[in-house]
Design a protein around this ligand. Structure first.
Ligand SMILES: CC(C)(COP(=O)(O)OP(=O)(O)OC[C@H]1O[C@@H](n2cnc3c(N)ncnc32)[C@H](O)[C@@H]1OP(=O)(O)O)[C@@H](O)C(=O)NCCC(=O)NCCS
Length: 200
């Protein structure tokens, strides 16, 4: 498994983060990965302005993971995610991307664990929330294996943001499931116990 270095992104990282996000979410390159939005939405995922706003947000951060191998002189970017402090107790997780060619090797799992620890440590967050397109069953299953559960809430897809980016929905009925996880140590123990009881 790759050894990752994590840090909070700065505005200088934006030009590397942007192509990573686009390549993981949409377009042909994203199909090299095991899960993608390419058959659901075409066009950009985010523009440069939107990404910069996330990187510089006072109530959030973009976290990045870099990696070095024998052939590289410099560490290179392999993954990112966004975390937002929604309230003193609740953090939001999004813009989660691993380079398509490096997916399936445990990087995503490490990034998610790092983001949870970051929100606990920096903000005292007790709960992590995220939204996932409701038809992406393989991704929902992956989050469930990481301790996330559907709250039962659904949220509308932001079609107005697609329009602003000149992106297009390729299917009808796009919408989000809201997932959450208890980040408190006791909550984490309860989830492990649950998983053991259900034999997973
Ligand atoms: C979601 C994402 C960040 C995960 O990163 P990753 O590095 O591939 O994650 P990991 O290597 O830690 O985990 C890979 C998992 O995929 C599973 N997997 C591999 N191939 C699969 C397939 N064809 N179908 C379903 N699951 C598969 C593996 O079993 C493993 O799960 P496990 O650890 O529970 O056994 C990455 O796939 C990605 O960038 N996707 C595109 C962007 C995106 O959809 N972001 C999330 C939006 S909510």
């Amino acid at each position: 498994m790759a050894t990752l270095q994590f840090r909070v992104a700065t505005a200088d990282d934006a030009s590397l983060i942007h192509p990573l996000v686009e390549s993981a979410y949409r377009g042909d390159e994203s199909k090299l990965g095991w899960t993608t939005e390419a058959d659901l939405v075409s066009g950009k995922r985010i523009d440069a302005e939107g990404l910069l706003a996330k990187i510089t947000a006072a109530d959030g951060a973009v976290l990045i993971a870099t990696c070095a191998d024998d052939t590289s002189e410099q560490p290179f970017l392999v993954a990112c995610c966004e975390v937002v402090r929604r309230s003193p107790q609740v953090a939001y997780f999004g813009m989660f991307a691993v380079s398509p060619r490096r997916q399936g090797g445990g990087i995503g799992r490490q990034v998610m664990a790092h983001a949870e620890e970051f929100c606990r440590r920096e903000w005292g967050a007790e709960k992590m929330e995220m939204t996932v397109i409701s038809s992406r069953q393989e991704l929902l299953d992956w989050y469930k294996r990481r301790g996330y559960a559907h709250t039962g809430e659904s949220r509308p897809f932001p079609f107005e943001e697609l329009e602003k980016l000149n992106s297009v929905a390729l299917v009808d009925n796009l919408g989000f499931d809201v997932l959450e996880k208890d980040l408190r140590v006791d909550g984490a123990k309860a989830i492990v116990a649950d998983v053991r009881l259900s034999g997973q």
